[in-house]
Design a binder for this molecule. Structure first.
Ligand code: PBG
Length: 328
């Protein structure tokens, strides 16, 4: 057959495939989310996220130190708050001696070079299980009242040693409000990674198991975005950029690669993708059943984030990927 262009020539050997490959994933791109619980010497498995655990502060510090030595230099911290401390006003969120703040201080002591990102949203602390304050009469999630608490929360996290504040709540105006609260308190060097396009998603299921933070009533659709739209993501991008975000995030990840690409095309800010709990659980569950090769599915999906334009990937696979990279 006379075929002038034979694309298969560029696929004929591993060496040639390596030569022409355009994207790679390195430990520098990865952020590992970690869950912290009360107590000592505890490492409790999360059933819906095989391989992931909730750690007491001592164990958390060990884990973070291990991750650091493997090349994972940034972690995202999520506290599991006991039911007895959850209230309607979520005031535990800005307790200077609360679990999240204590964990931050200890992490900084035991692993000073580690970069720590913290979550700014009320759901772990709210007896309603919502990211914002719920009006008890109407059930409405109150925007401005919530933003005031997010400011207090950010200040406590900054004081305790957070390097990157991660507002994941989707209230309007929160990035600007947090930026100005931080700046007024001389925390102008604290970064903000905004959860800019955060969609109301069923892929957060296993995370809500891990935190026991499922909303008690209703859903999060009046603040998280509707998956039937993408132009709204650009509107949020514009706002978070104006309000001073340093990094913009898309969440979930795999079902939203189009939004990641859109952000990369429309923004000069670094773009992060959150490969969320449900995406992790799907691969783990299928692998456990022998339905796919879990390791290869992990590598392939992490590369798809880079191809879509993500600079940073938050992923529960960070440790496993680091181990694989060490081997190769
Ligand atoms: C809460 C928060 C959620 C996640 C990160 N921060 C869940 C939610 O919005 O209900 C999800 C992360 C994951 O699923 O891995 N503000």
């Amino acid at each position: 057959m006379l075929i002038t262009s034979r694309p298969r020539r560029n696929r004929k050997s591993e060496n040639i495939r390596n030569l022409i490959s355009e994207y790679s994933v390195s430990c520098n791109d990865l952020i590992m989310p970690l869950f912290v619980i009360d107590g000592e010497n505890k490492k409790v498995a999360i059933d819906s996220m095989p391989g992931q655990h909730r750690y007491s502060i001592d164990k958390l510090c060990q884990k973070a130190t291990e991750l650091y030595s493997m090349g994972i230099h940034t972690v995202a911290l999520f506290p599991v708050i006991p039911e007895s401390l959850k209230t309607k006003d979520a005031k535990e969120a800005y307790n200077p001696n609360g679990l999240n703040q204590l964990a931050l201080k200890e992490l900084k002591k035991s692993c000073p070079d580690l970069t720590i990102m913290t979550d700014v949203a009320l759901d772990p602390y709210s007896s309603d299980g919502h990211d914002g304050i719920v009006d008890s009469k109407t059930g409405e999630i109150l925007n401005d009242a919530t933003v005031e608490i997010l400011q207090l929360m950010s200040l406590e996290q900054a004081k305790a040693g957070s390097d990157i504040l991660g507002p994941s709540d989707m209230m309007d105006g929160r990035v600007g409000a947090i930026r100005s609260a931080l700046d007024k308190a001389n925390f102008e060097n604290k970064s903000i990674m905004a959860y800019t396009a955060k969609y109301a998603s069923s892929f957060y299921g296993p995370f809500r198991d891990a935190l026991d933070s499922e909303p008690k009533n209703g859903d999060k659709k009046s603040y998280q975005m509707d998956f039937r739209s993408s132009s709204e993501a650009l509107r949020e991008l514009e706002l978070d950029t104006m309000e001073g975000a340093d990094i913009v995030m898309v969440k979930p990840g795999l079902p939203y690669l189009d939004i990641i690409q859109l952000f990369k095309q429309h923004s000069n800010l670094p773009v992060a993708a959150y490969n969320v709990s449900g995406e992790y659980a799907m691969i783990k569950a299928a692998a456990q059943n022998g339905w796919l090769d879990g390791e290869m599915a992990m590598v392939e999906s992490l590369h798809s984030f880079k191809r879509a334009g993500a600079d940073i990937i938050l992923t529960y696979f960070a440790e496993e990927m680091a181990m694989l990279l060490q081997k190769s």
